[in-house]
Ligand binder design. Structure first.
Ligand SMILES: Cc1cc2nc3c(=O)[nH]c(=O)nc-3n(C[C@H](O)[C@H](O)[C@H](O)COP(=O)(O)OP(=O)(O)OC[C@H]3O[C@@H](n4cnc5c(N)ncnc54)[C@H](O)[C@@H]3O)c2cc1C
Length: 485
């Protein structure tokens, strides 16, 4: 085998996760030989593409599912919301550093301030939102969050959700600090910098199979018009929904029992300038009873390629593909003897969820517009276009002989640390930096991670504990990323 076909690192998939990890690698080990393989014709065409996700910088500023109500009406526990916010701050710190170093271009090409709001209707949810606000406004990373039950105030924050609304008992929180992020553009810019640093990026090349030599290195089988095999010392499987099948092909004992539960996302979108001008927020509400957490309805201002639009959704659906551009055989071919029981038990125990998803796909356009009108009472069908976004591959995790459905992200790593992969889709691209630090830790160890932490100010998390540190971090990263603090 020629020297050209041997690499220190091979990354499978060119989405935000691989782009982030490869940037860490290049910063900490400038001479490393790195290759990225992408099966589609260009990078960032699956979940990381701007229109395949909602572009929310998830920092738990508005997503109620990150801070569920207490059982007894006491103050709800903010720990998960704080943890997610701290992870998002790690992303802000890294992106700010990349802008300062010229790795990323002008920040407004990929991130904007768009205030985040939570909006609820009725006495019970108003009471919960009030208690949630009472807890969060005391937390340094959530400083400046406002709460109101006044229609006039909520109308000032988000006129479209109040115009023509009949319910009187409404409540909302609003915080300036929220963001809209174009993760597709972010990925493309990182990859363009990586190419300038001699990282090889091969598009239109699908990794078919992985095999480990006794030396520990990996043989990577590539399916192109003329199939090839390359060798890499370490592999990262950032293949989105297809990570499961690649980790299965690598015969990792650590993947035994795991499965994937695919849920597709769809949105309604409008580019009507009159409507777009009236809404400058991301407004999240409560998920309907029985709906999965990622079905929380939200109305978002989006900025993609400098053009503003509004997005409403998501509408969930079910099909057996693990990627938007995947195959209908993805689900059936992922079922093995070791994950059969987990698959069956998840199907039985989540029958309500399956019913909900089937009901969702059979909803007519009229019903979808009615759902939008619950959020935007004056919405007109002709202004809105329905489209398919990305596919979320939720994790089925082995638990005893059965399985449980998880809505988070999980890093799977071989015992020798030579291969690592990522399963799951939530909270997603927002926390790509924190998740890739975990991957780096598992595959490259503490020394590598401390090198990155030394390089990038504010990357070590744990910001909420000290109000001064939190305030300084928000101020500094806002300046670098041209955001409102
Ligand atoms: C509907 C929806 C809404 C979302 N909203 C948000 C949001 O508002 N905020 C947020 O932070 N996150 C959100 N997410 C999640 C976020 O989009 C993902 O977590 C993130 O983009 C995943 O990045 P990735 O790099 O892991 O995967 P991807 O972007 O999917 O990239 C994986 C890449 O691997 C390639 N690939 C797969 N198999 C192979 C192979 N065998 N060989 C070569 N290449 C391969 C694929 O073609 C793809 O390009 C949302 C997701 C969905 C679906």
């Amino acid at each position: 085998m020629s020297e050209k076909e041997k690499y220190d690192f091979a990354l499978i998939g060119a989405g935000i996760m691989s782009a982030t990890l490869a940037t860490f690698l290049k910063l900490a080990k400038p001479n490393a030989k790195i290759v990225i393989f992408e099966r589609l014709s260009d990078v960032s065409m699956e979940s990381s593409d701007a229109w395949n996700n909602a572009g929310t910088g998830h920092a738990a500023l508005c997503e109620l599912n990150y801070m569920p109500d207490s059982k007894d009406g006491s103050l709800p526990d903010p720990s998960k919301a704080i943890a997610i916010n701290e992870q998002f701050q790690q992303s802000r710190a890294f992106w700010a550093y990349c802008v300062e170093q010229g790795i990323l271009q002008a920040p407004e090409t990929f991130i904007r301030t768009v205030p985040h709001m939570s909006f609820v209707v009725g006495e019970k949810d108003t009471d919960y939102l009030k208690r949630r606000h009472a807890v969060l406004k005391e937390q340094p990373l959530f400083a400046g969050m406002e709460f109101s039950t006044k229609a006039t105030q909520i109308s000032d924050w988000a006129p479209l959700i109040m115009q023509g609304r009949e319910e009187r008992e409404v409540a909302a929180t609003w915080i300036q600090q929220g963001t809209d992020v174009d993760y597709g553009e972010l990925t493309r810019q990182l990859i363009s910098w990586l190419k300038s640093k001699k990282v090889i990026v091969e598009t239109g090349v699908e990794v078919k199979k992985l095999f480990q030599y006794s030396s520990g290195a990996w043989q990577i089988f590539l399916g192109t018009s003329s199939p090839r095999i390359i060798v890499a010392d370490r592999v990262f499987v950032g293949a989105g929904g297809w990570a499961l099948k690649l980790l299965q092909s690598a015969k990792l004992p650590e993947i035994r029992g795991y499965g994937t539960f695919p849920v597709s996302g769809h949105f309604l979108r409008t580019d009507n300038p009159e409507l777009v001008a009236k809404h400058n927020a991301k407004v999240y509400s409560q998920a309907p009873v029985g709906a999965p957490p990622m079905s929380v309805p939200h109305l978002d201002k989006r900025v993609v390629n400098g053009k503003e639009s509004l997005l409403f959704g998501p509408f969930a659906g079910i099909n057996p593909k693990f990627l938007k551009h995947g195959s209908f055989l993805d689900l059936p071919l992922s079922v093995k003897l070791h994950n059969l029981l987990p698959y069956i038990s998840v199907a039985v125990e989540n029958f309500g969820l399956l019913k909900y998803l089937i009901k969702e796909i059979s909803k007519s356009r009229k019903k979808k517009i009615e759902q939008l009108q619950q959020f935007v009472p004056t919405a007109q069908a002709e202004d809105w276009v329905y489209y398919e976004a990305g596919q979320r591959a939720q994790i089925i995790k082995p638990k005893g002989r059965k399985g449980t459905l998880q809505f988070g992200t999980e890093v799977i790593s071989s015992a020798d640390g030579t291969i690592t992969g990522l399963l799951g889709a939530s909270p997603g691209a927002s926390v790509s930096v924190a998740v890739m630090l975990e991957v780096a830790n598992k595959t490259l160890g503490d020394f590598f991670v401390s090198k990155i932490l030394d390089l990038v100010p504010g990357l070590d998390g744990n910001l909420n504990a000290d109000p001064k540190v939190a305030q300084e971090h928000l101020r500094r990263t806002a300046k670098a990323l041209k955001l409102s603090a």
